[in-house]
Write a protein of this length. Structure first.
Length: 356
């Protein structure tokens, strides 16, 4: 029979006490594990920035004094580039060619029609091709971004303001007036209702599209555009986005009418079309096309399109478009307030938005 060692007393615990002790230990371990998991799952789902030492050679793009870091965010799916301070310098949306770069501050105003001003550091430019996840590692993107960051060359927003009232006229070497104040489409002649004016009407020259269709301008429509013709002038003729000759499912260019552009498969629908005014518009970014239902078109069809500019100095979301009651392109409040909030005609008629 074995005896306890001298100086050591045999510890005897009741069975219930042992079970309680084991339960307490297991409970403590479970709490610790839960805290660790919570710490991990509470972190943002965006891809963390990759240190320059770990990035592939194609992904290292420098801005200022340090490399850019790229991460993924959603709604809609996109890649953002941050500088060494964590500030976003580029936003690139999957499936879209419009990129928003952070650049020098500038101001857009139209004092003849509104006291509002849009002061922004957003510069909207067209990528050579639609963005796709991982494209930051490509040579074409590295070359493109380096040439655009910090550039003061006119972007899509500046180009849009080349056509407001009072804008100076400019001609090409061939004498074609490619910029300057535009008017809206002339009205009906007699009993014959006329379609709106397209960009080639403004230019006053025939235009042959990729499908070999040639459109010819009407003489009395020189320097005039309707809302979709204005978008086609800014994005297409001036900035290089492909253009269709008509409203057709074929082709990869901008359609002719606002309704067709709204329903096309170009770019990304950041606010999907609906039969009512959207409840949330915070996902908009400058350069997005915004679509409106109007009284002129029956059946809830989209009758008007504009270009979103961003928040004005009073924090109201503002857009620019060519419209009849204002006599042409405007960001002002003549012929309807150019805001997407409030109870104005266009705010109530907003139905969707698309990022080309």
């Amino acid at each position: 029979m074995k005896r306890p060692l001298p100086g050591i007393r045999k510890l005897s615990l009741p069975r219930n006490a042992v079970l309680s002790l084991v339960t307490a230990v297991l409970l403590a371990a479970s709490c610790l594990l839960t805290l660790q998991l919570r710490h991990r799952t509470d972190q943002p789902t965006a891809t963390p920035a990759v240190p320059a030492s770990q990035a592939s050679p194609g992904a290292v793009i420098r801005a200022g004094s340090g490399p850019l870091h790229f991460e993924r965010i959603g709604n809609p799916a996109r890649t953002v580039a941050r500088d060494r301070h964590g500030s976003i310098v580029a936003t690139l949306t999957d499936g879209a060619r419009t990129a928003v770069l952070t650049g020098p501050s500038r101001s857009f105003a139209e004092p003849r029609t509104t006291a509002a001003r849009v002061v922004t550091r957003s510069w909207v430019r067209l990528l050579p091709k639609a963005w796709a996840r991982g494209a930051e590692q490509s040579d074409w993107f590295r070359t493109w971004l380096r040439s655009r960051l910090g550039s003061r060359d006119p972007d899509l927003l500046a180009t849009a303001f080349d056509y407001i009232a009072g804008a100076p006229a400019r001609k090409t070497a061939a004498g074609v007036p490619y910029r300057g104040a535009a008017r809206y489409t002339p009205g009906a002649v007699g009993d014959k209702r006329r379609t709106g004016s397209d960009f080639y009407d403004y230019l006053g020259i025939p235009w042959t599209f990729p499908d070999a269709v040639t459109r010819r301008p009407e003489k009395d429509r020189s320097r005039s555009v309707d809302s979709s013709g204005y978008v086609r002038l800014v994005y297409g003729y001036r900035s290089g986005f492909p253009l269709n000759s008509r409203d057709s499912a074929a082709g990869s260019g901008l359609q002719r009418t606002a309704d067709a552009i709204a329903h096309a498969r170009l770019g990304v629908p950041v606010i999907p079309l609906a039969g009512r005014r959207p409840a949330v518009i915070q996902q908009l970014q400058p350069g997005d096309l915004v679509f409106f239902r109007t009284r002129e078109l029956p059946g809830g069809r989209i009758g008007h399109v504009g270009i979103y500019l961003g928040l004005d100095t009073d924090d109201h979301p503002r857009f620019i478009s060519s419209r009849k009651n204002a006599g042409g392109p405007t960001m002002g409040d003549k012929g309807g307030t150019s805001r997407l909030d409030g109870d104005g005609y266009y705010a109530q008629g907003l139905r969707g938005a698309r990022r080309l």
